[in-house]
Design a protein around this ligand. Structure first.
Ligand code: PYC
Length: 333
């Protein structure tokens, strides 16, 4: 049997976004978090088929749109990635909203504002369109907070390392320059990937129940490693390289990673509400972050960050997953 998916492909600041416009499975659940759980249980073959080789690649990332659970909102989104279905994806949000608006898939109830239901919670999106093209997208993310600091882990490549953990829609272990790690500028992407994969495993082994979202216990564990280092441009506030999936370094500055890092900086007194945080990616593309609100989550201080970036549409794709193809569900090497 053939399963056909129409897709519109684009990229956000260099990182891919594949919006799948047909073939979304019917999902049960009262919100996108429950729908995500249903998708992972019964339909994960669609994700692996569309994201992994030979139809995707190590960095591939995409989404499906769903009707909103709350009629006040515009739509729901399910992120599909090589790493699973993330609760929230920043570059995915910027790319998907750009594609959705430009291609007429999204018509917001209030022009200029999209109320987007994500598995991690409600995200408010603003945008600017000029001559039929979306110039920028800015989204106000879920509450972001510092979840752990000055923790230690042993790397077989670098030795003992200290790190912080922050949440910005996913949990990030943040490695800042220190004695055994001089900064991401000293390494190739392939080296950062190799070292990060081991660190993620060791952190989740060493701290098995430390990183559980304070309001949603389905979000659990460090899923991403964020390396920091010297910016390439004088205009940037900071630079990062985010490791996700098994072999990916985000080409964009990573929206949830930027949110997590802003929460870390805010907690340490390095970033004030309203100050621009220009975050540079591994390839030099930038997002503009800002703290919109200071708030709390449980008893912890938290921020509500906004992230602004741009995306481009580049392709229209009809992808078939044929049950008789031995690689119909994709593969990873
Ligand atoms: O932009 O939030 C993001 C993201 C997560 C993984 C890749 N990009």
């Amino acid at each position: 049997m053939n399963h056909t998916f129409k897709c519109i492909d684009g990229h956000t600041c260099g990182n891919p976004v594949r919006v799948v416009t047909t073939g979304a499975p019917v999902l049960k659940g009262r919100n996108m978090s429950e729908k995500r759980a249903h998708f992972l249980k019964e339909f994960d073959w669609i994700r692996t088929g569309l994201m992994f080789e030979p139809r995707g690649h190590d960095m591939m990332s995409g989404c499906f749109f769903y009707p909103p659970s709350d009629p006040e909102n515009d739509l729901g989104i399910l992120f599909i990635e090589t790493s699973g279905c993330l609760p929230m994806c920043g570059h995915g949000t910027i790319g998907a909203m750009t594609i959705g608006l430009q291609e007429g898939l999204i018509v917001p109830k209030t022009p200029g504002v999209i109320r987007l239901e994500t598995p991690a919670g409600l995200v408010i999106v603003r945008y600017q369109i000029k001559a039929g093209k979306v110039e920028w997208v800015r989204f106000t993310n879920v509450k972001s907070y510092l979840a752990g600091q000055d923790l230690e882990v042993e790397s077989s490549y670098l030795g003992r390392l200290s790190f912080d953990v922050a949440y910005g829609g996913n949990f990030y272990a943040i490695f800042d320059p220190q004695e055994n790690f001089r900064g991401l500028q000293d390494y190739k992407a392939s080296e950062l990937i190799l070292m990060a994969r081991e660190l993620r495993e060791r952190i989740n082994e060493k701290y098995p129940s430390h990183f559980i979202h304070l309001e949603d216990a389905t979000i659990i564990g460090v899923s991403h490693i964020l390396w920091t280092g010297n910016p390439l441009s004088e205009k940037a506030t900071a630079r990062n390289a985010v490791f996700y999936g098994d072999k990916a370094i985000d080409r964009s500055p990573c929206g949830t990673g930027t949110s997590a890092r802003m929460a870390q900086w805010h907690f340490k007194g390095k970033l004030k509400k309203g100050a621009p945080f220009i975050h540079e990616s591994f390839i030099g593309s930038t997002f503009i972050g800002s703290i919109e609100e200071e708030t709390t989550i449980g008893e912890y201080p938290a921020i509500i960050p906004s992230i602004q970036g741009w995306a481009k549409v580049y392709g229209y794709n009809t992808i078939t997953i044929d049950d008789e193809d031995p690689f119909c569900h994709g593969f990873q090497v």
